[in-house]
Design a protein around this ligand. Structure first.
Ligand code: HEC
Length: 144
């Protein structure tokens, strides 16, 4: 029993270390999936899910600011504050007023913010786009 708890703890510590090692772990584990789901839900008028995804995306950037405020000499916290927070606010506002048109426009600005940071961080080869399809076969994302 104690052995199992210690093994679990060791596993949790290893996971935490892996996660905090690089901003890239946050990106592929959390930022990218929420960014994809946000589009598919928001563009199809699935407002409740879209609002949820927008919050999750915001919380992920909050975590980046807390745990990875700089990465490889890049001020990730400051850049996220400038490049993500204002457009994410617009995304949330568009969802709140039920405007798919405003949502799509704000999402475009948000996505541009992703790439401006990638270019600033010498990762301009990471190019983000509006997702063309749902890669999550097990989750219903689009509005009915
Ligand atoms: C604050 C700067 C910053 C912002 C904002 C940012 N990224 Fe990143 N992103 C990075 C950095 C730095 C890396 C590379 C990290 C590494 O190599 O450890 C990265 C890597 C990635 C990767 C990994 C690519 C791969 O092939 O492994 C994905 C996917 C990604 N970002 C998606 C996004 C999306 C989607 C957004 C916008 C919602 C976004 N990022 C916003 C800094 C940022």
């Amino acid at each position: 029993m104690v052995g199992e708890i210690l093994a679990d703890q060791a596993h949790a510590n290893a996971l935490q270390r892996a996660l905090l090692a690089e901003a890239g772990r946050f990106m592929t584990a959390y930022v990218q999936p929420h960014h994809i789901r946000l589009w598919l839900a928001g563009a199809s008028g699935n407002r409740t899910l879209a609002a949820y995804e927008a919050n999750e995306l915001g919380e992920t950037f909050d975590d980046i600011k807390t745990y990875k405020s700089t990465c490889k000499g890049i001020p990730t916290a400051r850049l996220a504050g400038v490049l993500i927070e204002p457009s994410l606010k617009q995304v949330k506002a568009a969802i709140a007023v039920k405007s798919v048109v405003a949502f799509k426009s704000a999402y475009g600005t948000l996505t541009t913010g992703c790439d401006v940071c990638h270019i600033t961080a010498q990762h301009g080869f990471v190019v983000i786009q509006t997702p063309p399809a749902n890669p999550y076969a097990d989750q219903h994302l689009i509005g009915r």
